[in-house]
Ligand binder design. Structure first.
Ligand SMILES: [Ca+2]
Ligand SMILES: [Ca+2]
Ligand SMILES: [Ca+2]
Ligand SMILES: [Ca+2]
Length: 454
């Protein structure tokens, strides 16, 4: 009897304490549910959302480690996955994780404000996690500041809401993690894909698997040939010397910095430049920055031509089909060029979609935007490169033949002025593709979700 009573008392204590601990860690809400005042009607599910710190006025300058993002979904006000990535005063990513191979040479980046949310830091989350609009009677218990973030689809006016809150301590966090960077395998493992990197060429993936497909990539190729003052010269991706430096793996995205340079001859190597690739659960963003040391335009008469091709040489894709933006016909991947493939119109093409039994993906080139999304004028024009021929080698490569190889010629380089050429590729990995779904993915950049904060 006594033992029973002690047990009961212990159970009561444990039960009394545990829910408190669990509520902080597991993220059950910490008070009565707020009142719903507007239902979510945003239909976009594929978009990621990034909000700069300067818009988050109520949480600005607060400690990032005390923030959490909440949404009212499935009848509950609950934490949803998010991350805050710091950007330093020079506009560079603050990456805090050091891969084993860089332990000697790299140390983690820091922002200049000891981990506070400042104007240029970025809050990232997925649009699909947003929920209903709610009203509070004052701030919830333990919360010191709150920004209400409204998402609006400019296409159909659909809206949804999330709430960024600063907690006094122990912010309840979602346990969901949409993407992971695995070491030492060097793999990005995301909901819709797995990407692997060979440490000898850290800049381009040597493994791309979509929804459990076999590896779809032979290599990412960058091929340049030019003639300067009558002397031909060129390089391919084997001339790229690249190494992983730092990364950051959060619940929403992995940011991975690779330093690379071009080895032109045995003796001459360009200075190394860093570039960060960003991986979400269904999207990869691959920015390309090329420093043009002199105005090519003023040397125009000395340059006979510059031919540059960037492309994905695929493998294991027999039975897939491919369509480009500039021609409505699907092309069949079977290792041979047919009449459709030979006559496809590719002038000015900037994206293509590939669809197969396991899933689909879109690769899109964006030439006319600055890193902040504003418009830039670029002299570069693109033209489709497409070869589906198992018997047409294009060395260097691991799997002889182009099965198929899809990408773009880049034209207009002799018109470049001195400065930095910036453009980016964006890849969408699609589950359950059906004809026309690409429109949803094109909207992500063409009609972006509008974000307002109050
Ligand atoms: Ca900052
Ligand atoms: Ca900061
Ligand atoms: Ca074919
Ligand atoms: Ca090949």
């Amino acid at each position: 009897m006594l033992r029973g009573a002690i047990k009961f008392a212990l159970f009561g204590m444990v039960a009394g304490i545990f829910p408190l601990v669990l509520s902080a860690q597991e993220g059950a809400f910490f008070g009565p549910n707020p009142a719903v005042i507007e239902k979510k009607n945003l239909s976009r599910v594929d978009d990621f959302v990034v909000v700069r710190g300067e818009k988050l006025k109520r949480n600005l300058n607060n400690e990032i480690g005390k923030l959490s993002l909440f949404a009212y979904v499935e009848g509950k006000f609950q934490p949803v996955p998010f991350q805050v990535d710091e950007i330093n005063p020079d506009g560079e990513w603050v990456l805090t994780q050091v891969p084993p191979e860089a332990k000697k040479s790299a140390k983690p980046d820091r922002d200049d404000d000891n981990g506070s949310l400042d104007e240029n830091d970025e809050l990232a989350f997925m649009a699909r996690d947003a929920g209903d609009r709610v009203a509070f009677d004052g701030l919830p218990a333990g919360v010191e500041a709150m920004d209400e973030i409204t998402l609006r689809d400019p296409v159909d006016n659909g809206r949804a809401w999330v709430y960024l809150m600063s907690f006094r301590e122990n912010p309840p966090l979602s346990k969901k993690d949409c993407v992971e960077y695995k070491l030492p395998e060097n793999q990005v493992v995301a909901r819709n894909y797995v990407l692997g990197f060979d440490p000898r060429m850290s800049i381009a993936p040597s493994l791309i698997s979509v929804q459990g497909s076999p590896n779809l990539i032979d290599r990412m190729k960058i091929r340049l040939s030019t003639k300067l003052m009558g002397i031909p010269f060129g390089f391919d991706e084997n001339s790229l010397v690249s190494e992983l430096s730092l990364y950051k793996d959060g619940p929403i995205r992995v940011v991975r910095r690779v330093r690379s340079s071009i080895q032109f001859t045995r003796l001459f190597r360009t200075p190394s430049a860093a570039v960060e690739n960003i991986y979400y659960d269904n999207t990869m963003v691959i920015p390309i920055r090329i420093r043009i040391p002199i105005s090519l335009k003023s040397f125009r008469s000395l340059i006979s031509y510059i031919r540059v091709r960037g492309s994905a040489d695929l493998r294991n894709t027999h039975g897939w089909k491919i369509k480009v933006d500039t021609d409505p016909r699907w092309m069949s991947v079977d290792g041979k060029m047919d009449e459709v493939e030979k006559s496809v119109q590719g002038e000015g093409s900037t994206w293509f979609i590939a669809s197969g039994p396991e899933g689909a993906f879109i690769i899109r080139m964006i030439l006319n935007r600055n890193p902040d999304g504003s418009f830039q004028k670029s002299p570069i024009k693109t033209r489709l490169y497409y070869v589906d021929d198992d018997n047409a080698p294009d060395p260097p490569e691991s799997v002889p033949g182009q099965s198929p190889q899809v990408g773009w010629w880049m034209e207009g380089l002799p018109d470049l002025e001195k400065g930095t050429l910036y453009f980016f590729a964006i890849v969408y990995l699609i589950k359950d593709y059906s004809e026309g779904v690409e429109k949803n993915y094109l909207k992500i950049l063409d009609q972006p979700i509008e974000v307002s904060v109050n």
